[in-house]
Design a protein around this ligand. Structure first.
Ligand SMILES: [Zn+2]
Length: 289
């Protein structure tokens, strides 16, 4: 009897999947990174959060590690999140449950006055343009390029004062119109804007809200965006290196004055770009010495 019990116990002593959670107490609008060690017989697949699935990739610099970024939307409620890690062990599909407690970012609010034609666009043509530009952008952001262009840490798109941080609730001419979806850098018209990391130029366009826009695909679902530019120096489809000039800053689109709006997306989810950069630089893209 005793032997039998021991046998049962060892059989139900479940295999514990090894992983490390960087930023285990995230707030809405920020990202969490989970890494996994390479292990014989283990194949990592993805992490499910609600209806979304985030693919697990081999780490770009350490081939013996795997990673997944979990981006939390600004509108995600501060609750306990149930993450399902899908993997297989000796060709058998397995699931490991992981709970992450999402906190409330307690973002500040700011009131902004802009020309009313940019707040409540009335003309059919303008509405059509906005909708077309939105759909095009979402198609891009929801595309996960199955390779990484990253081989070193991210840098900032310019060295300048930050005039508005990510996440401030925005009240345009008295009515709430969402939140600040990126980080604003002070930049007089004509200041060079550089690529935050290696990637492919996936969009170069003058858009209604974001004005002169460049979007870079860094691969594996990571995108950075550069808004309100006055001049482009790259073309769609081109590969760029970190630090390469994308163009010049400006005041195009829905703005109160010249600046650079810098944003980031992971698997379609808009996240705090500076927190994403810090998270990746400190945990995934550390420069070798
Ligand atoms: Zn901005």
């Amino acid at each position: 009897m005793r032997k039998f019990l021991l046998f049962v116990l060892s059989a139900v002593t479940l295999f514990a999947l090894e992983y490390h959670v960087a930023n285990p107490n995230p707030v809405n609008g920020k990202s969490t990174l989970i890494t996994f060690p390479k292990e014989a017989g283990l194949v990592y697949k993805d992490v499910a959060l609600g209806k979304k699935r985030f693919q697990i990739f081999q780490a770009p610099l350490q081939r013996d590690r795997y990673y997944v970024i979990i981006p939390f939307s600004y509108y995600d409620k501060a609750t306990k999140k149930r993450l399902k890690i899908h993997y297989s062990k000796e060709n058998k599909a397995k699931i490991q449950i992981l709970f992450i407690k999402l906190q409330n970012g307690k973002y500040a609010k700011e009131s902004i006055k802009v020309s009313s034609s940019k707040v409540n666009p009335r003309s059919k043509a303008v509405k059509h343009r906005i909708s077309k530009e939105y759909k095009e952008a979402m198609r891009i952001y929801n595309t996960v390029t199955p390779k990484s262009y990253l081989s070193r840490p991210f840098i900032l798109p310019m060295h300048s004062t930050i005039t508005s941080a990510f996440g401030k609730a925005r009240i345009y001419n008295g009515s709430l119109k969402g939140y600040h979806s990126g980080t604003d850098f002070r930049a007089k018209v004509g200041t060079p804007i550089i690529a935050a990391n290696d990637g492919r130029v996936i969009l170069v366009k003058d858009r209604f809200y974001s004005g002169g826009t460049v979007i870079l695909d860094h691969g594996e679902g990571i995108y950075t965006c550069y808004f309100h530019m006055s001049q482009f120096q790259v073309k769609k489809g081109e590969l760029v290196k970190r630090g390469e000039i994308l163009g010049l800053s400006g005041k195009s689109g829905r703005v109160t004055g010249p600046h650079l709006h810098f944003a980031a997306r992971v698997d379609g989810v808009q996240v705090d770009p500076l927190q994403l950069i810090e998270l990746l630089n400190n945990n995934l893209l550390k420069e070798k010495h």
